[in-house]
Design a protein around this ligand. Structure first.
Ligand SMILES: CC[C@H](C)C(=O)C(=O)O
Ligand SMILES: [Mg+2]
Length: 637
């Protein structure tokens, strides 16, 4: 039996000092020897998905005390991608995933905690905590803050519902009046919680259910609903039980790597493809698998994407369904049940709440025999009142959505498409791969060819799109926005949404070594690897070059003669240090971001930290320290 990690600081005369300090945090004599449970809470007033989390740590802690553990809460950072998008703030989004993972490692290992509760929610926080959980491999449970309700500009039952994307789209639409925009902006995000589409936050919180690290409902039960409070109390009880199974009974299926196995990652990716999750999930699952030494790579994802159907479309793939509708249709357990009935899941993987995923599906499938006890749970409905207070309403839908032929969740026989909602592309333009959310691509755009329109930054692309320099038929190429080249691999939410604002989204493609927000749709291909700053072919594309995209064929091709490309490559190499960097781009890159750029890997690897090669060759040149600290300016080329 493994000893409690916390014995290191609580047992023996030589630890009298540490015990004196533990006592000063409130521990009593009989608390020593109990499992010390770290509660990583991501409360912040900067993010609607976290603004309501200030006291939920206490809810979890009370249950940990009652179950015989010792809770110790600390806080992580949380970046709001929706606020950071469209300016230099987005450079910090993906790097914050590593900061969150490291900060949890630091707190848990510095204080030798025995177990971990991850209170997450938005885009990089659940992934950062997932990296930490797989890295630390101590008993862990995830419980997120929960999704936001969808918005309405009027109470009329037939009034269209909306989410954050509507605000961004209409903000750039010349046909939307200021008054109409003001109404949309005030309605789009009505409550606390993670934005109400199948964006990255909700995608990741749904995936933690499939990985087995969260309780049923974690991804779809609204932040405002009373029943969500029960997830926090249950998480507090469950983490102490998991700790006992590991420290007293040596049960490896109580550990993250015993639960989130290669089979569980395949189950999670299968769900992701079936529900058309955010493409960011690919980046984060690749990274989390590496933290746990799990065999799971882009080739695995590609293979799964060719056999898993698209069973569920949620905003931005449709304007008909939001996360609350997925819940009403039975939530993630319902999608998993349909995948199970199609023979596409491994039922034997473990979960934190049942001995196997199959047992969980049988217990929670609203179409299954035991549906009665769970139907009330999945009838949890929006309160329809603006609030940032959690658990404050107890509304119920009159009935569940059991329509698997035409409802929010389809069965295999009524799938939207045979091959799922996400795909991996390859070709000379993406030798190591690129990704696309096919669930959000209109059928007529599945094959596309057009002339490149090249931009050296997200900002330049936005200016080009809104300035009328992008025409129907173009392939917008945005480069030097990869993990190293950005640095930080910005999301292209504004360029993809502004193509919609300009009514070009069904007439243009967008290709980038950056990534996309879960709110992006259209023929948007991201994570192109190798990135331009890493010498990828995307760095040699010129305006007017023909680019061919074939989604069914999973290919993306730069149709330029090889001899010409060889000449371009030679000319780029002749530039020496000035090569493989953006033309005429001024971007302030802080030392913190330079440090990130120096060690980050390709998107095809999950943009993980790579130390082996020593400090990476960063393209940004440092300039002498200034009064406000060193700044690195990319020299003009
Ligand atoms: C809708 C945009 C959202 C905030 C996001 O950044 C994502 O889903 O990745
Ligand atoms: Mg995001």
């Amino acid at each position: 039996m493994p000893p409690l990690r916390s014995n290191t600081t609580t047992q023996g005369r030589e630890r009298a000092g540490a015990r004196a300090l533990w006592r000063a945090t409130g521990l009593k004599d009989d608390d020593f020897g109990k499992p010390i449970v770290a509660i990583a809470n991501s409360y912040t007033q900067f993010v609607p998905g976290h603004v309501h989390l200030k006291d939920v740590g206490d809810i979890v802690a009370a249950e940990i005390w009652a179950a015989g553990g010792v809770p110790r809460e600390f806080h992580t950072i949380a970046v709001d991608d929706g606020i950071a998008n469209g300016h230099g703030g987005m450079l910090y989004s993906l790097p914050s995933r590593e900061i969150i993972a490291d900060s949890i490692e630091y707190m848990v290992n510095a204080h030798c905690a025995d177990a971990l509760v991850c209170i997450s929610n938005c885009d990089k926080i659940t992934p950062g905590m997932l990296l930490a959980a797989m890295r630390l491999n101590i008993p862990t449970i995830f419980v997120s803050g929960g999704p936001m309700e969808s918005g309405r500009t009027s109470d009329a039952p037939a009034a269209p519902r909306l989410d954050l994307i509507a605000s961004i789209r209409h903000g750039a639409d010349p046909q939307t009046s200021d008054a109409a925009l003001a109404a949309i902006e005030r309605a789009a995000c009505p409550t606390c919680g993670s934005c109400s589409g199948m964006f990255t936050a909700n995608s990741m919180n749904c995936l933690t259910e499939a990985l087995g690290l969260a309780l049923p409902g974690n991804g779809t039960l609204l932040a405002t609903h009373r029943l969500r409070r029960d997830l926090f109390t249950e998480a507090g009880r469950t983490i102490v039980a998991l700790a006992r199974r590991w420290y007293q009974h040596d049960d490896e299926r109580a550990l993250p790597r015993g639960i989130a196995t290669a089979a569980a990652f395949a189950n999670a990716m299968t769900l992701d493809i079936a529900m058309g999750g955010s493409t960011n999930t690919i980046l984060h699952l690749l990274a989390a698998a590496q933290e746990g030494g799990i065999a799971f790579d882009l080739a695995t994802i590609d293979r799964l994407s060719r056999r898993v159907p698209n069973l569920c479309k949620v905003s931005p793939a449709t304007d008909r369904y939001f996360i609350e509708d997925v819940h009403r249709a039975g939530g993630i357990m319902a999608i998993l049940a349909e995948l199970d009935r199609a023979g596409l899941l491994d039922r034997t993987t473990a979960t934190v709440h049942t001995s196997s995923l199959g047992e969980a599906i049988d217990a929670w499938d609203i179409l299954g025999a035991s549906a009665a006890p769970v139907s009330d749970f999945y009838r949890a409905a929006p309160g329809g009142v603006r609030t940032i207070v959690p658990f404050g309403q107890d509304k119920r839908y009159a009935d569940l959505d059991r329509d698997r032929a035409g409802g929010c969740i389809r069965d295999g026989a009524h799938a939207y498409s045979r091959d799922g909602g996400l795909a991996v592309l390859h070709g000379n333009l993406a030798a190591q791969g690129a990704v696309i959310k096919t669930a959000a691509v209109s059928v007529e755009m599945l094959a596309f060819e057009g002339p490149a329109r090249v931009f050296e930054s997200q900002e330049a692309a936005v200016d080009g799109i809104l300035g009328g320099r992008v025409k129907a038929g173009d392939v917008v190429v945005i480069r030097y926005e990869g993990p190293r080249g950005g640095p930080g691999m910005q999301e292209m939410l504004h360029p993809t949404t502004f193509l919609k604002s300009m009514r070009l989204d069904r007439h243009c493609a967008l290709v980038t070594d950056g990534r996309f927000s879960g709110g992006s749709g259209g023929l948007s291909i991201g994570h192109v690897s190798p990135e331009a700053a890493g010498g990828g072919l995307i760095g040699l594309v010129e305006d007017g070059d023909l680019i061919a995209i074939d989604i069914p064929g999973r290919s993306i091709t730069l149709k330029v003669d090889a001899a010409i490309l060889e000449k371009r490559h030679a000319a780029m190499e002749d530039l020496g240090d000035a090569g493989w960097r953006p033309r005429a781009r001024i971007r302030l890159v802080s030392r913190a971001l330079e440090a990130y750029a120096a060690t980050v890997s390709s998107a095809s690897q999950g943009a993980v930290r790579t130390i082996a090669a020593g400090p990476g060759k960063t393209k940004a040149k440092s300039v002498p320290e200034t009064a406000v600290g060193a700044r690195a300016l990319e020299t003009l080329t």
